[in-house]
Design a protein around this ligand. Structure first.
Ligand SMILES: O=C(O)CCC(=O)C(=O)O
Ligand SMILES: [Fe+2]
Length: 307
């Protein structure tokens, strides 16, 4: 099996003594983004305890009674606790999750786990910072100036999500259906290192083994559109495990009113996507995921494709 590309983030954060290695790494990123839409990041620079705290808090929250957790469910499922979800026309996903809008003044925090809120806010700040640096590196990996992707929008409207996949003793299929994220890119931490995350490449699913201290960076639809299809949004899913699995997902998104369209220097007069407003696409995706909505088609970025 072909390995999932690994990128050493420290190379980019240190003084420029390692120029040759950096160039090699930019090449690795570029190839990974074209082939998998994904790479793994090591030496990511996050505070070493922050992810173990996230795991403890997620564990404490998800083991609370369903009745309590459901107090944090909102009408449109865009934030808060979601007990059941699934792709259109398919079986339900076997997971529950708690979604939070970064920098939101939400009061929707589980009071029975007092450390949940301060630890989550701190983690989201560190993730924001990591994402900012990744945007520069991704711009450079495209052979463009470091501020190229930053210049596509003014402000972030990020979301982050704690997920729990209960142990599956007699089921071996997928517990989260294949999909692409509607983000710029998404950072995934397989918090308790139980395997499950897989990425599709050339018709084959590849397991992303949760190595210690590594993160998954998976590209989303917006980066695919900005690069006019040069970089692709990773098609990924989660498969069952006999052990329960916890993960943390941080989604980088521009503000809702941002217009998304191929960046002129990457489309050379042949845009493959129509321009759209970020919040319109997000809304379509959320509406489409709601179980009571019986529309049979799964909305993807192809909705805006120019054929
Ligand atoms: O739980 C995971 O590892 C991945 C979750 C995911 O792909 C998502 O929430 O979009
Ligand atoms: Fe995803």
């Amino acid at each position: 099996m072909e390995g999932i590309p690994v990128v050493d983030f420290a190379l980019f954060m240190e003084d420029p003594g390692e120029a040759r290695k950096r160039l090699e790494s930019l090449e690795t990123i570029s190839n990974a983004c074209k082939e998998f839409g994904l790479f793994q990041l090591v030496n990511h620079g996050l505070d070493s305890h922050i992810l173990s705290k996230a795991l403890q808090n997620a564990h404490s929250f998800f083991e609370l009674p369903l009745e309590y957790k459901c107090k944090f469910t909102t009408a449109d499922n865009s934030v808060g606790f979601v007990h059941q979800s699934g792709a259109k026309g398919g079986p339900l996903d076997r997971k529950e999750h708690f979604m939070i809008a970064a920098e939101d003044k939400s009061t929707l925090w589980p009071d029975l786990v007092p450390s949940f809120r301060p630890d989550a806010v701190e983690l989201s700040k560190q993730m924001q910072n990591l994402g900012h640096n990744l945007m520069t590196i991704l711009s450079q990996s495209l052979g463009a100036p470091g501020d190229t992707l930053h210049k596509c929008y003014d402000k972030n409207a990020d979301y982050y999500n704690f997920l729990h996949y209960p142990a599956c003793s007699d089921y071996q299929g997928q517990v989260l259906a294949p999909h692409q994220d509607g983000t710029i890119f998404t950072v995934v931490s397989q918090l308790n290192r139980v395997p499950g995350y897989q990425v599709l490449k050339d018709g084959t699913w590849h397991l992303v083994v949760p190595e210690e201290n590594s993160l998954i960076i998976n590209l989303g639809d917006i980066l695919q559109v900005w690069t006019n299809g040069l970089y692709k949004a990773a098609v990924h899913r989660v498969v069952a495990n006999k052990a329960q699995r916890f993960s943390f997902v941080y989604s980088y998104l521009p503000e809702g009113k941002t217009r998304i369209a191929p960046i002129p220097e990457f489309e050379s007069g042949h845009p493959k996507y129509k321009s759209f407003m970020q919040e319109d696409y997000l809304k379509l995706r959320f509406e489409n995921k709601r179980l009571e909505n019986n529309c049979s088609k799964n909305i993807t970025i192809d909705y805006y494709a120019i054929d």
